[in-house]
Design a protein around this ligand. Structure first.
Ligand code: A3P
Length: 314
């Protein structure tokens, strides 16, 4: 762990460790320790093509959940078996690089799609009009809490197993965490939300009506995927709903994550909306509200989550 004096904390704090990648424009992009620079640089050079389906998110906004939904739709509701890692079928672009991603297509050619996960902001994401992009966002307060647990849960990447929320909160608010600044990431994707090849969704919507969310994804993937959801008494739709539920995804977590110590929270932790109220002080909540107001225009977040959920401390 790194010891630093943070201006918003009155004592010496213990901070997570990150790998610092330099971007061409001179800025620094933080990644978890152990994520190779080669994979990152190669991933940025990937050329997107037809039949690529990207799940693009800021971390902890429902990436794995959406990846599972896409996978289940394409596989007619058949879940990933316990011996297969999602990352081998649906790799993380800036972790493994472009060659790995290109080769995975051969493994999934029965579905004709190349499935790609990324946490990159829009301007760094390989873009093609012919590819499809599903961007999932989540309110920043729940995202921050979830990212805090994630960061504690992987000591080999962050060395932060006994880190405190008040310390993590400051880093998150300032954008000094891996994969960059939450607010900049969402701001980079928002102007593109109405493009035909981008499906913009919120974790909160998906949570409040998963059936509707799954149908939107199926439609976006193609009319045949949408139509098949209703066949045979909605057999495939029901299977997708079942196998993408929190309780199903809490089983066999090795499908999504490397092992975590039993004294840490599991990778699929709670899967709820509003958990931030168990962590944020009133002051932290006010400071994040200020950041939300500074980062987004009033109507930009319409329909993503309610102000009542995010801004109100009560
Ligand atoms: P919490 O830590 O709040 O529980 P990501 O995949 O982007 O890392 O996001 C992880 C968050 O999504 C975690 O949130 C996790 O529990 C939640 N999640 C994973 N699978 C889910 C599911 N099937 N339904 C709802 N939330 C899910």
């Amino acid at each position: 762990m790194v010891e630093k004096q943070n201006k918003n904390l009155t004592r010496t704090t213990l901070l997570p460790t990150y790998t610092r990648h330099k971007l061409e424009n001179g800025s620094t992009y933080l990644m978890p320790k152990g994520f190779p620079i080669d994979g990152f640089e190669s991933g940025l050079r990937y050329v997107a093509r037809e039949n690529d389906v990207f799940v693009a998110t800021y971390p902890k906004c429902g990436t794995t959940w959406m990846q599972s939904i896409v996978y289940l739709i394409l596989r007619n509701g058949e879940p990933i078996t316990s011996d297969i890692k999602l990352s081998s079928i649906f790799p993380h672009l800036e972790e493994v690089g472009k060659e790995f991603v290109a080769n995975v297509a051969a493994m999934t050619n029965d579905s004709n799609y190349r499935l790609i996960k990324t946490h990159l902001p829009f301007d760094l994401t390989p873009f093609s009009e012919k590819s499809k992009y599903i961007y999932v966002t989540r309110n920043p307060k729940d995202c921050c809490v979830s990212f805090f647990h994630h960061t504690r849960g992987f000591p080999k990447h962050y060395d932060f197993a006994s880190g405190k929320f008040e310390e993590y909160f400051e880093l998150f608010l300032d954008g000094n965490v891996d994969f960059g600044d939450y607010f900049k990431n969402l701001s980079s994707w928002l102007p593109h939300k109405s493009r035909n090849n981008i499906l913009f969704m919120s974790y909160e919507d998906l949570k409040s009506n998963p059936r509707n969310g799954i149908l939107q994804v199926a439609k976006f993937l193609g009319e045949t995927h949408y139509t098949k959801m209703f066949a045979n008494d909605e057999r495939i739709l029901k299977a997708v709903l079942l196998h993408s539920s929190v309780s199903s995804m809490q089983k066999d977590p090795q499908r999504w994550s490397s092992a975590r110590s039993p004294d840490q929270t599991p990778f699929v932790r709670k899967g709820t909306v509003g958990d931030w109220k168990n962590y944020f002080t009133k002051d932290q909540s006010d400071r994040m509200n200020k950041k939300i107001r500074e980062s987004f225009a009033e109507d930009e977040l319409n329909g993503l989550w309610t102000n009542e959920l995010v801004l109100s401390y009560e």
